[in-house]
Design a protein around this ligand. Sequence first.
Ligand SMILES: [Zn+2]
Ligand SMILES: [Zn+2]
Length: 138
Amino acid sequence: MTAPFSGGCVCGAIRYECTAEPVLVAHCCCTDCQRTSGAQMSTNVLVPAPAFRITAGATASYDTRGDSGNFVTRHFCARCGSNLYSMPQGMGTLAVIKAGTLDDSSWLQPGMSIYTDSAPRWAVLPDGIPKFPKMPPM
Ligand SMILES: [Zn+2]
Ligand SMILES: [Zn+2]
């Protein structure tokens, strides 16, 4: 399976759909991704923002500032707390979907691990794909 694909939060209040293939799938070990995912990394699915839309419910959001200095608006379900996607400023028009919220994430092919400098010592990073200590050149 590839595009279109769908996903949603754990309580089911929020559903989304994406009609385009991912531009990139990346494991991100930055500390914000560790906090929002509760894990060693977040697997992020970057898609063209115009192809992404909410089909049920409405997200709550808050802003964080990335180490580029740009804000990232992070969208989550106010009912169950699932982190669903973020909209980074300064990255063109990309939506960054949390891979774990896809209905079927089995077909994703992560292409890189990023911010590996921030990964905890016990993190297990996949072999066979590039590792970048910070953000790779885009
Ligand atoms: Zn929910
Ligand atoms: Zn991150």
